[in-house]
Ligand binder design. Sequence first.
Ligand code: AMP
Ligand code: MG
Length: 337
Amino acid sequence: MYASRPCAQVAIDTASREAQAHETMTAPVQKATPDAIAEAADILRRGGLVAVPTETVYGLAVDAANPDAVARLYEVKGRPRFNPLIAHVNGPEMAKREAVLEGAAAFAAGFYWPGPLTLVLPAAPSGRVCDLARAGLDTIALRHPSHSVAHDLVTVFGGPLVAPSANPSGRISPVTARDVAADLGDGIDLILDGGRCPVGIESTIVSFVGDPPELLRPGGLDPAALERFLSVSLARPGDETASPRAPGQLARHYAPNAQLRLNAVSAQADEVLLGFGPVAGASANLSPRGNLAEAAANLFAMLRWLDGRHERIAISPIPQEGLGEAINDRLRRAAAR
Ligand code: AMP
Ligand code: MG
C-alpha cells in the first residue's frame, strides 16, 4: 500500500529563467560565501537549480519536495530515465523525518555521516521528498554530505535537496565549478564555487531495506570498512541474498498493480483514462496543456492515485521528445509487467 504524499506545486517561472539564460548564456558562478549560500537557498525556494560542491562531486541541487523543480532537473541533465535521486540532509534529525533510520542503518549513519555514504531506507510517512524524486518508490536514498557548502545549503534552505551529479547524462561527473559551467552552464540558475571536490567519485550506496544490507554502488567509502564496522558481509547485486531485480537495474522500480494500456486515444468501458493534452473524459490529466515537464512532475503521484482505485488504466500518447523519453520509458516498463 502506498502512502500518498502531497507534493508542493510551486510554479516555476520558466519563461523568465529562459530569458535570463539567454541574456547571460551561462549560469553565474559565485564563491560560496554565506551571502551566496543564502541567495542559493532563495533560488531553491523558487524552484530553481543550484550547482553545489559536495565532498564527492558537484551536485545539481533542487528542492526535493517540489516535483516541478525535479522535472526541470531531469530536463537539464537530459536523463532518459527517471532513476530515484539521493536526497541530501543535514543530519540524522532531518533524515528521520524522511525515512525509518534505525538499527544497523542508524549505527552506520552515526559513524560515517557526514560523508560519502548513501543509505537506502524505507520512506517515512512524514517525508517531504516528492514521488518523482523517489521515482515512485516506497524507499528513499539519503546522504548527509560532509562538505561545509552542501551542509550549509541544506541547513539554510531548511529541507532535503536532491542533487545528482551536475553533468549532462552520460558525461563524467564534475569536480570543479568550471567543469559544471562548461558542461551545463546555461541550464542552471547559480553555481556555488567551493573549489575542487576532495573525494572526486560518487558516494557508496547501501540499502538497509533488506537483511543483510546490500551494496548497490561502490564509491567514496570503502565497502570493506563498512563491513568490518557492522560485522556483516554486504550482499552484492546478483548474490543469492540480494533482492531480485531485472538485469542492469540498480534500483527496483515502482510497479503499479493496475494494467496499463499505452498510446490510448480514449478509454474502453472497463478503463479509466490518464490523459495528456486536451483530451476529453480523462479521470486525471498529466498536463491538459500538453507540457512535458508538468506531465513528469505529475506522473508518479497520478499513477499511484489511479492505481489504488482502478484495475485498468489507459494512457494518452506522450510525445517521444525531451522529458517524454523518460516518461515513456517509465510507462513502458510499468505496462510490461
Ligand atoms: P546519482 O544521484 O546519479 O549519483 O545516483 C543516485 C543513485 O542512487 C542511483 O543509482 C539510484 O538508482 C540510487 N537510488 C536512489 N534512490 C534509491 C532507492 N530508493 N533505492 C535504490 N537505489 C536508489
Ligand atoms: Mg552521475
